[in-house]
Design a protein around this ligand. Structure first.
Ligand code: UDP
Ligand code: MG
Length: 320
């Protein structure tokens, strides 16, 4: 807490991967917002904006250095290589944890409406330790993105994962909740699944998600699928249980097939079953292969986790 006037110190955490086109605009807008909040006595003037450069290969880091040299409110962390949005976000949160009272994370492209910050701080004032930013509609998203994203949330819920519908990583977290988050040591990070497990008083605020104005999405379809899979296998073992059920159904089915085969044999027209056999072989081996694959995913995950490798390496730090 800022000792002079009893208002919280806010750190805005913005992960960036190859965001050279948009950084100056983001800086201008977040600066305006932070100044406005300071004037309104909602946050301390020790508040900062923290860019986490997730190993960009364009000019992102140079731009962050420039911004920092002109305005110390803006600080930066640089990863030694690209480690993904979740890791960049986590690094930012942990860096800010002991310096701030509250953090708000957002995408660096400012697709999330900045005015949501005011509401989040109000909710914090009312005692919430975590405030989820929820996309009230997805008018600016393509049909495909909206469809896949929304069904991802539904599928996660079906698999028994506690997840907030249409909430991405735009959220406020207090120092208390960050201390709890720090206890989670898993390498395969899926923050949307972990944060609801922390408990505490939480609340939701709603906002319109805008179109990305500059640069391109860093989440192409392939990355989205990988991320969804990560989320599922990190938080649910239901796919493994589904394999067991599947095996059970197959066993019953194979008994029926056995009876059928015997009848055909007795009737003396055994060779007529050729089509059936071919289909069965491919179908059953396909299902087996898929099941082994799913098992493998979990085994692989355990392998990665047991190594306890660092999630990321911070190469440079801009803060003073
Ligand atoms: N991002 C990152 N590392 C990555 C990919 C993305 O730090 O490997 C950042 C990116 O710079 C942005 C945020 O994560 O601030 C969300 O990415 P993006 O806007 O491209 O995703 P979309 O909004 O299209 O889902
Ligand atoms: Mg975006």
């Amino acid at each position: 807490m800022d000792e002079n006037n009893n208002v919280p110190i806010l750190y805005l955490i913005l992960p960036c991967f190859n965001e050279e086109e948009i950084l100056l605009k983001t800086t201008e807008e977040t600066d305006k917002k932070i100044n406005q909040l300071i004037e309104q006595d909602k946050i301390s003037n020790l508040s900062r904006v923290l860019y986490v450069d997730d190993g960009s290969i364009d000019n992102t880091w140079n731009i962050i250095e420039d911004i920092h040299s002109q305005n110390k409110r803006f600080c930066g962390l640089k990863f030694s290589k690209n480690k993904g949005h979740q890791n960049a976000l986590f690094a930012g949160l942990m860096f800010a944890k002991d310096k701030s009272d509250i953090t708000i994370s957002m995408d660096a492209d400012l697709q999330d409406d900045l005015d949501v910050i005011d509401e989040m701080i109000n909710e914090y004032g009312k005692g919430s330790q975590i405030v989820y930013g929820i996309r009230s509609s997805r008018q600016s998203d393509s049909f495909f993105k909206k469809f896949t994203a929304e069904n991802f949330y539904r599928f996660m819920a079906f698999l028994g994962v506690e997840i907030v519908f249409n909430h991405a990583d735009c959220r406020l977290m207090s120092k208390k909740s960050l201390n709890a988050l720090e206890e989670y040591e898993e390498v395969n990070l899926f923050l949307r699944g972990i944060v609801p497990q922390l408990g505490f008083k939480t609340s939701n605020v709603y906002y319109e998600r805008n179109k990305r104005e500059l640069g391109q999405s860093k989440y192409p379809f392939k990355k989205m699928v990988k991320f969804a899979f990560e989320g599922i296998t990190s938080f649910s073992i239901r796919p493994l249980k589904m394999i067991t059920s599947l095996g059970f159904i197959m066993a019953i089915f194979s008994f029926i097939v056995m009876v059928y085969a015997l009848i055909v044999k007795i009737l003396g027209s055994a060779v007529s079953g050729w089509t059936f056999i071919i289909i069965s072989i491919w179908l059953v081996s396909g299902i087996q292969m898929l099941s082994i694959g799913i098992l493998g995913e979990y085994v692989g995950k355990m392998y990665i986790e047991t190594k306890k490798r660092p999630r990321y390496i911070i190469e440079k730090e801009l803060f003073d």
